[in-house]
Design a protein around this ligand. Sequence first.
Ligand SMILES: [Zn+2]
Length: 683
Amino acid sequence: MKKDISLIEARERAGRLRKVIEKYRYAYHVEDRSLVSDSALDSLKKELFDLEEAYPELVTPDSPTQRIGGKPLESFKKARHEKPMISFNDAFSEDDMKDWIERVENYLKDDVSPNFYCELKIDGLAIELEYENGVFVRGSTRGDGVTGEDVTQNLKTVEAIPLRINDQGLKIKVSKRLIVRGEVFLTTKEFERINRELAKKGEKVYANPRNLAAGSIRQLDPKIMAERKLDSFAYAIVTDLGQRKHHEEHEILKEFGFKTNEHNKLVRSMKEVFVFRNYWEKHREKLAYEIDGVVVAVDDNDIFERAGIVGKAPRAAMAYKFSPKEATTKVLSIEVQVGRTGVLTPVARLSPVLVGGVTVSNSTLHNYDEIARLGLKIGDTVVVTRAGDVIPKITRVLKELRVGKEKDFQMPKRCPIDNSQIVIEGALYRCSNPQCGARLRELLYHFVSRGAFDIRGLGMKIIDRFLDEGLITDAADIFNLKEVDIAVLERFGEKSAENIISEIAEKRRVSLRRFIYALGILHVGEETAQLIAREISNSKFLISKPTHILHILQNFSLEGLQKIPDVGPKVAESIYGWFHEKRNVGLLERLEKAGVKIQNSDAVSGEQGRLTDKSFVFTGSLESISRDDAKDMVRKLGGDVSESVSKKVDCLVAGSLPGLKYEKAVKLGVKIISEKEFLRMIG
Ligand SMILES: [Zn+2]
């Protein structure tokens, strides 16, 4: 090695280089910001490496060059832990968690502080890191909890682990000897990269990031470990630095230059624990690494210590696991849905089961070939998988659980909607009536339209999309949609999925008039729907459910129907026919099951419901009535009051000196009435 600078110069330069490399490491791994490009950083490391090679006396154990990996080992030395490294007991439900905290309180004969520290439970390997005078001297695996293996060389290659602790300017100083606990893990991306390369070389690939991380950390040749970019989070300080709360340990660790998990959170009640856990169960796929639950610990270290150990785990902490991504359940039936283009799709109705955090009760089978491929029969026990944000899927049939009562499934010969002949096109079964799918689509457009259920978020394009994806096959399915169903579709974010679902939930309650209109009965427009609504709400029966309407209208004869104002023989026949068709009866039942409720049915008739579903906006000052009183009147009569003018508004009431709302109403063609007209309207 050419020595082109003196030892003194080299020592000074090396010192500076180490400082600046450490600064960049800290920014990148701890603060998550990149101050310099990877190649620039590599170039700095290379310079330091060359200096240390020219002057070996300059090498320090905490030098960044030590991360490259030393000589291969013959074997690992044993490393005894000063305090045993324990694991956690598992909880799977909110009840488990409530029981747990009750047990802790019973044991302590005392109330536990309601503060909990919640951490993401990363699928990695627990490690212990030992520092002397701030310099990393030994790292070890958990082993059996008492004795692990000394993997110092390998852990030095992990950039997220500081080789020297910098406590300059900090309130808490690093002790002479410091023991820190944490974990090493692989990001999903790095896991995939390494597996790809292993596969290319014809070597065995690993089943999951955890196995690969474990395999790497136990490599006797640190160079292999250095090529695999393992990551690390620190989560506990074993040494007493005066910390009173567990969350303080995380703060100190971060200040010391360790990487801590930014998503960890101090919460103040068990309810917040549940919120934290449920949030991450839903959003886990967004993380760069895999998690399988959250770790919840009583934040107060004193309580934690007093609670002690039960079995091999601390009494005051719990691993609260996510529900599994795979579960088994039974196929209750296989139903056939007709899509927008008339294609028949078989769908398995399942006994409801929790998979990946959502309750799954049906799963599309796509086409008949899929059923044949799975060898699926009705009544079979199946494995349902929901990997990531993906729609649940039947992946396996457990044929060994058959009892002999399972039934083969046959695709129908006739369309379940209009009884037309079915034609087979390759793997596809299609209704021969080209109008069949289109009619369904029209009915759905109508169902969500303004005068009907008025679900604005469900435009035609979205309905088409949902039909194509097999998410909906009739109006009742709209109310069974789940956020996960939508969020996984391309171009739908989680936010828009959330908006649609919350709007649908809101519109689940509907007036009788809107409900009847929404059914799309031939010749029954908004006016007629209103008249029918009035007629049947005058009957002495309470109407709050879709089947109530069914029972009332099924009892009407054709002649009886014609007694309703405006209903002639043609309309009566159409209504009569509709309510006596099996498929429509089924739809009403499914709507009811999906939670559709008929609202203020009594208010629809007579005085009370005069303004039902009408929305009003007020502008300018009213003379004979206060604005608040006017609004109250509207609401009493079943109407809505809105603050701003939109196309949705039925009527603008303009007092004297009307404002901008007036101009907007003119522009949008909203009906404008004077105060006098308004008073006449409300009587
Ligand atoms: Zn058909």
